[in-house]
Design a protein around this ligand. Structure first.
Ligand code: ZN
Length: 263
């Protein structure tokens, strides 16, 4: 366990948080991207035990009962997206995404940040990799798949850059801290990966052409349609939050936002 939260019994002030969040409608909004993926994310004990359980976190967790949440922070034409939980049992990025939302809520952003903290709440709840028997990150070229709906949303919103955050066990593939990218057809994918890898001391894992090594990955599908994207990996045991892994994933997210000039 990375961090033991002394108390999870914060006062139930979700209503207050909802009111304060929506006072400035332009700055924060939360919608449901897909409802069939709903799940009780708090039921994932390994994730829940490591959370910084703020009222905002509690509010977002409640939203996962409706499906895949999409959070929008900031405003402006520069639009970027951060995704976590594409593999439900890769916990550090999902925890980091919650921390990031809490952090960004109080900052001035030079643009709009869309965050999907739990791509498939149901898979997160069960602490399993796949959603509905399907690997989201190998099926996003299939119409109607959850991955494909995420790609459609990215297109509809006019997102400029996308980063998808994962974790990997030491004995798995890639088994090291790194940033996946491809030079063709979106060379900026390589630029983003170079920036994050230098900034966070992780390796670049570059493939020349999107969609050749991995088919149906969110990153590859974005790069193929000309939206520069990367996949960031931190080391952690699968289904658990290894020591320091949330912080490292959060650092990769912040680095991505720095590259995009959002921060
Ligand atoms: Zn993964």
């Amino acid at each position: 366990m990375e961090q033991t939260v002394a108390s999870h019994n914060l006062k139930d002030n979700v209503t207050t948080i909802e009111k304060s969040l929506f006072t400035n409608n332009d700055y924060f909004s939360i919608t449901t991207l897909y409802s069939k993926s709903q799940g009780y994310v708090s039921g994932n004990k390994n994730l829940f035990a490591n959370m910084d359980y703020t009222p905002l976190t509690k509010f977002i967790l409640k939203e996962t009962l409706k499906g895949t949440p999409l959070i929008k922070l900031g405003s402006g034409d520069l639009k970027v997206m951060i995704i976590a939980g594409v593999h439900g049992n890769e916990l550090p990025p999902q925890n980091a995404a919650l921390m990031l939302i809490n952090k960004l809520q109080n900052l001035h952003l030079n643009g709009t940040v869309y965050i999907i903290p739990f791509a498939a709440p149901e898979a997160t709840m069960y602490n399993i990799r796949n959603y509905n028997g399907q690997d989201i990150n190998r099926s996003s070229m299939i119409k109607g798949s959850l991955g494909n709906l995420i790609i459609d949303k990215i297109k509809d919103l006019g997102i400029t850059y996308v980063a998808d955050f994962h974790s990997t066990a030491l004995n798995a593939n890639p088994g090291k801290e790194g940033v996946f990218c491809t030079i063709k057809p979106s060379p900026k994918s390589f630029d983003i990966a170079s920036f994050i890898s230098e900034d966070t001391n992780s390796s670049i894992i570059n493939y020349n052409n999107a969609g050749t090594m991995f088919k149906g990955a969110i990153e590859d599908e974005c790069n193929l349609i000309g939206i520069p994207a990367v996949t960031c990996e931190v080391i952690s045991s699968i289904g658990r939050v290894s020591l320091g892994s949330t912080k490292r994933s959060l650092n990769q997210m912040i680095s991505f936002l720095k590259y995009c000039n959002i921060l």
